[in-house]
Design a protein around this ligand. Structure first.
Ligand code: 4LM
Length: 394
């Protein structure tokens, strides 16, 4: 394996194993469910953990192993585990770390299905959850109880891009012996590496920037080997949200262009955010690359760019906001983000429809809020499409 101090090089070479026979440049897809033992003893030794070697693809697969090794290099962690979806990664981490009677501190601002898991499934299983503002260190400290085991957050947060201070969350976790988990989906390791700030587990919906081509649903957790091995051998093995070898191959292929893509997403988003901010039909743009965004000051300390996602409020009624989205010609009406195509969606009725009306209000998600995941097209074309749709509703 080979590793550079430069992440551009590591997205291409980092964690890549030499592939033995035939020397393929592209990682082979080990499309197999099971692995043959030479004899009973070899199988028994592998099950007992006394011999190296694969057993069954729910426990590990060489193509998936390679993606995990590559992600550990990019996130600067010891190890990584791949999952069949981002939610598979969230639930595997949470259920490995929390049991009935334990307490989780998180934010009321989260991706909709993560919020649903924390707000509905965990309390039903006897796990206590406190929803606090993770950007407010005092509020986090005040929420700590003797049974607090995990602090979980996203930064920037879906969909309003609130930024949480990683140094502060990591310090609180270390002080109190609480495991910290950060969902880094919106940044990718190109723009932010939470483990370098002391965060224990870094999570991704690999469906988004890591894969980047809108053709996979996948998740990744990166962290210390002891924690990752524990998750692999408990909740991933027994609950089974594993990544398929073919999907791992697609994400590995996506990683090779991750740096170029994320850079372009960010450049395009900055231009679009500045353009929208000046538009007479726009009430407010939420984008950490704009100086009036509260997360802007953390750009220089924990982020290497503001990323490709923004949200904005129109100066109009709900019906006009819907008409605006329906008028778009090039931008696609779709959830998800991090794809080549610019995607636009309505959080209150789509990604965050798991929130009750009062919960939406608390999370700052109004009925006229629109999320834009800026793609890789020419920025002028994206702005022209937005402008013609805005003009049609004014
Ligand atoms: C979306 N998001 O926002 P899977 N963490 C974050 C996410 O945004 C998502 C997940 C985890 C969207 C999906 C429809 C910050 C998903 C969950 O979808 O399970 O890979 O990731 O548009």
């Amino acid at each position: 394996m080979w590793e550079s101090k430069n992440i551009e090089t590591n997205t291409i070479h980092g964690g890549k194993k030499s592939q033995g026979e035939h020397g393929p440049l592209s990682t082979p897809i080990y499309q197999t469910s099971t692995f043959v033992f030479e004899d009973v003893q070899q199988g028994a030794d592998r099950f007992a953990g006394e011999a190296q070697g694969h057993i069954y693809s729910r426990l590990g697969n060489p193509t998936v192993d390679e993606l995990e090794a590559r992600m550990a290099v990019l996130e600067e962690t010891e190890s990584a585990a791949a999952f069949g979806s981002g939610m598979g990664a969230v639930s595997a981490a949470i259920f490995a770390l929390l049991k009935a009677g334990d307490h989780l501190i998180t934010s009321h601002r989260l991706y909709g299905c993560t919020f649903a898991l924390f707000n509905h499934q965990l309390p039903a299983l006897g796990i206590q959850v406190s929803f606090v503002d993770l950007a407010d260190a005092q509020a986090v400290r005040a929420a700590i109880q003797p049974n607090t085991k995990v602090i979980y957050g996203e930064t920037p947060i879906n969909p309003c891009l609130t930024v949480i201070n990683l140094d502060s969350i990591a310090a609180i976790g270390q002080e109190h012996g609480i495991i910290t988990v950060i969902d880094n989906t919106f940044m990718s390791p190109i723009l932010q590496r939470p483990a370098t700030h002391g965060i224990d587990l870094v999570l991704h919906s690999a469906t988004k920037y890591l894969n980047g081509h809108g053709d996979v649903v996948a998740g990744i957790l990166c962290g210390p080997s002891a924690l990752i091995d524990h998750i692999k051998m408990t909740t991933r093995k027994d609950m089974g949200a594993v990544m398929s070898p073919h999907d791992a191959w697609l994400v590995i292929r996506g990683l090779k262009t991750l740096h170029l893509r994320v850079q372009r997403h960010s450049e395009n988003a900055q231009l679009v955010a500045e353009h929208l901010q000046d538009h007479s039909a726009i009430e407010k743009v939420y984008y950490p690359g704009l100086p009036d965004h509260p997360g802007y000051r953390l750009l220089s300390t924990q982020m290497h760019g503001a990323g490709g996602v923004m949200a904005f409020e129109l100066k109009c009624s709900f019906e006009q906001a819907v008409a605006f989205i329906n008028q778009l010609k090039m931008c696609k009406r779709a959830v998800s983000l991090g794809d080549a195509e610019t995607l636009i969606q309505h959080p209150a009725s789509m990604t965050h429809s798991t929130y009750a009306p009062e919960e939406l209000a608390e999370a700052g998600i109004s009925r006229t809020l629109i999320r834009l995941a800026v793609g890789l097209e020419n920025a002028e074309d994206i702005m022209a499409d937005l402008d013609q749709a805005l003009a049609s509703i004014l």
